[in-house]
Design a protein. Structure first.
Lengths: 107, 422
């Protein structure tokens, strides 16, 4: 529950409008560079990829690297021409893919 | 005789009706809130022995007052005699007055000419940039630093010498530095001037989970609410409709609890109530306890704080809380009211001292500098460690008294939890 992604997409927009989208994924983003109390390296565990698509078409994606801080927050813009659904996906190093989606009504 | 039988019969009928009403489940919500909530009264509500948080300073302040114990040395009655002029090292004195490792040192409260590179001095106390022109005797300067209470018993200035923060040689160096201060401070930026530095404004949307990670604990708590313990019960067993049942509850806390002979806050209530109902072990300051406290406050968001201040127990507790808030604590010898009364709305170095009103309505709060939720008791504890006093366990009765006193000063402010602060 606590590590569910938080997203902000406007509920409605005008045709052709550029909308602002905010996404935040709670995640430790362990860089793999740190050592624990006994001097052993703490294994890397990060979200390495983020994608956003609208009605099946990619609108934004990002490859995240170990230097990105915990709880990666990404904010971007997309032009919407029709009503539809934004789908977001975060890929963890361990292969898990966490997804979220939200509809937008375009008038 | 007849009248007696009728009376007994009536009582019995009433009792049955009341029983049926409580048994009716959700429709009995009103009756339920009037019932005395079961509490486990058998043990402490936090770890014993209490151990200070791992990343906090581990210094031992047991030689000084705490909220529970009086230990500080008495103030000297007479100034110490200084024979002959003080020959200190002014250069070293300039370093000492800005030493952040000595309880913030002088610059925390005074502007002192070029000291510390004029980097964010405070304005709690007079600007000393021209003290060298004031014609003060060496003995007066020495004693004011050593223990200013010999000249002004009401001073909030720490007794740097008699509480062992600076030794005599260091105070001599500070005196030598003070005598070099003869012209107004020249600030590098407007922000460095505490009288021009704008008061901080907190305007983030604390209830937006994108802005405030503290909001994520609400999700955690909602899951915990339904999680059954080994007993087979969860919070949800009795409280299946928390949104309505706890719509105002947290705004009425803390309250005097006669069964424990102390003031009970939301967090301690959670520990004791869960222990005796579901059996969940939610000690104060555990992550689960804090999450539940955030959630229960969150449910009452928007409701004005309104605590019981009228009952005899509450009145006495508030009176004690008020008295404790004036007690001098720790090596720095500060009372709550020194910073949050006399010096409220001023700068202590780069930190703004708030007044009591506005220090309660957002707790538990997310701390961006700690990446953690802090409840009000942990905030109290940090106040003490920060002024070099030993903290008490979070369930200490003294904190209950102070919490109720603080809540009474925040009456009418609307709850907005979790807050977000530095």
């Amino acid at each position: 529950m606590a590590d569910s992604p938080k997203i902000r997409v406007p509920k409605t927009a005008k045709k052709g409008e550029v909308v602002e989208i905010k996404t935040l994924m709670p995640h430790v983003m362990e860089s793999g560079q740190r050592k624990d109390k006994d001097g052993k390296p703490i294994p890397r565990k990060i979200i390495n990829k983020f994608t956003a698509e609208f009605n099946g078409k990619p609108v934004f994606s990002a490859n995240l690297e170990p230097a990105v801080a915990a709880n990666p927050y990404l904010q971007f813009f997309a032009k919407v021409e029709e009503s539809g659904t934004f789908k977001f996906a975060w890929t963890d190093d361990d292969g898990t893919v966490i997804t979220a989606e939200q509809k937008i009504d375009v008038a | 005789m007849r009248a007696g039988i009728v009376a007994v019969g009536t009582v019995a009928v009433v009792a049955i009706v009341a029983g049926a009403f409580i048994g009716a489940g959700s429709t009995g919500a009103k009756a339920q809130t009037k019932k005395v909530a079961p509490l486990d009264l058998s043990a402490a509500a936090s770890e014993r022995p209490w151990k200070r948080y791992g990343n906090w300073p581990s210094r031992d302040y047991s030689k000084f007052n705490t909220l529970a114990n009086l230990a500080s040395p008495a103030a000297p009655k007479e100034p110490r005699k200084i024979t002959g002029p003080i020959a200190g090292n002014a250069e070293n004195g300039a370093k000492l007055v800005a030493d952040r490792n000595r309880g913030g040192s002088c610059l925390a409260c005074h502007v002192m000419g070029p000291a510390g590179g004029t980097n964010l001095p405070g304005n709690v106390a007079p600007d000393l940039s021209e003290i060298g022109n004031a014609g003060r005797e060496d003995e007066w300067l020495f004693n004011y630093v050593y223990d200013g209470r010999v000249y002004n018993p009401e001073t909030v200035m720490p007794p740097w010498g008699s509480h062992g923060l600076f030794n005599d040689a260091e105070i001599n160096d500070i005196v030598a530095f003070l005598k070099t201060l003869k012209s107004p401070a020249v600030f590098k930026t407007v922000l460095d001037d505490p009288n021009k530095r704008p008061a901080p404004v907190e305007n983030r949307d604390n209830l937006d989970p994108i802005e405030n990670p503290g909001m994520w604990t609400v999700d955690q708590a909602q899951a915990l609410w339904k999680k059954r313990t080994a007993s087979g019960f969860s919070c949800n067993t009795c409280h299946s409709n928390p949104e309505t049942q706890f719509k105002t509850w947290a705004a009425s806390m803390p309250k005097w609890e006669p069964r424990l002979d102390k003031v009970l806050g939301v967090e301690e209530f959670i520990t004791r109530h869960a222990a005796t109902t579901t059996g969940a072990k939610w000690l104060m300051e555990s992550e689960d306890n804090k999450a539940m406290s955030v959630y229960l406050h969150f449910l009452a968001n928007g409701n004005p704080i309104k605590v019981d201040t009228e009952s005899a127990g509450a009145k006495a507790a508030i009176e004690r809380g008020k008295e404790l808030s004036q007690r001098k604590l720790g090596q720095l010898n500060f009372a709550c009211t020194d910073c949050h009364g006399i010096s409220a709305n001023k700068w202590i170095r780069g930190q703004w001292l708030g007044e009591p009103k506005g220090q309660y309505d957002h707790f538990p709060t997310w701390r961006t500098s700690q990446l953690k939720i802090w409840d009000i008791r942990q905030r109290f504890q940090w106040c003490q460690v920060n002024i070099r006093a030993d903290e008490l366990p979070p369930d200490a009765k003294e904190y209950g008294d102070i919490e109720l006193y603080l809540a009474s000063q925040n009456e009418g402010l609307k709850l907005s939890v979790p807050g977000i602060r530095h």
